[in-house]
Ligand binder design. Structure first.
Ligand code: SF4
Length: 236
């Protein structure tokens, strides 16, 4: 039987990370009011698989300047797409996936991005993380996109002990109160890019060290409760 989860101070975690990164009040439903373009969230998230954010941003800018919607992307040539997104790595596969995705949007959804998990997962190149990103960042729907940062930091915090992002998402759905679903990803991603990096997290400068299992263990000079997960992550 699974161990019961000790009460975790989610509010304190999000308050402190919001203050650290100047993200404003995480309780304000900013994503509903200022939702990004779902098409660009969808394609941008496919491009972001297994690459750095800076590469994704550069490629997305170039791609959407030429192909801003499903109709234009569906008729692009593969060599042209490959050139535009080369910086993101795995660019041949990604070019095929984003064009196939755009064609599926045109064929099955009138060029619009669907709003249900089931329909999103049926699109080429779309896995759970991408579908969750579209729901949260494209439509402001409560979901929990779990990327490498969310997976790693959730384990370091000690709120769960999982081996893959998929397991982390399933576990977070069980234990995380719904009001925290939308703000969790952007704040943990920012934290993962700054202080809580994959190697050598800077716990001594971290404002949540006192509520983090890893931060507390390090402060006591102990080994961290769980070794860093350096396994190769599956495609998301
Ligand atoms: S205390 Fe360390 S491990 Fe915990 S969240 Fe902060 S940087 Fe990450």
């Amino acid at each position: 039987m699974r161990k019961p989860v000790p009460e975790f101070p989610w509010t304190a975690l999000l308050d402190r990370l919001s203050a650290l990164y100047g993200a404003g009040d995480w309780r304000v439903p900013y994503l509903r009011e200022h939702a990004e373009n779902p098409f660009q969230v969808l394609i941008g998230t496919i491009l972001s698989q297994r690459t750095k954010d800076a590469n994704t941003d550069r490629a997305s800018l170039a791609l959407f300047a030429k192909y801003p919607d499903a109709r234009s992307l569906a008729s692009a040539t593969l060599p042209r797409l490959e050139r535009l997104i080369r910086a993101t790595g795995f660019y041949r596969t990604k070019a095929k996936n984003i064009r196939a995705c755009a064609r599926a949007l045109l064929r099955d959804h009138g060029g619009k991005v669907p709003r249900s998990m089931e329909e999103l997962l049926a699109l080429p190149g779309v896995g759970p993380k991408t579908a969750n990103c579209v729901l949260v960042f494209g439509y402001g729907e409560p979901a929990i996109p779990v990327d490498t940062h969310v997976h790693r930091i959730s384990n370091r915090l000690g709120v769960l002990s999982t081996r893959t992002p998929e397991e982390t998402e399933a576990r977070l759905r069980e234990i995380l109160p719904r009001e925290f679903w939308i703000p969790l990803n952007p704040l943990l991603v920012q934290h993962g890019q700054n202080l809580c990096r994959p190697r050598n997290p800077r716990c001594e400068s971290c404002p949540v060290a006192d509520i983090c299992a890893t931060g507390r263990a390090r402060a006591r000079g102990e080994r961290t409760p769980r070794p860093e997960d350096r396994r190769r992550l599956p495609a998301m």
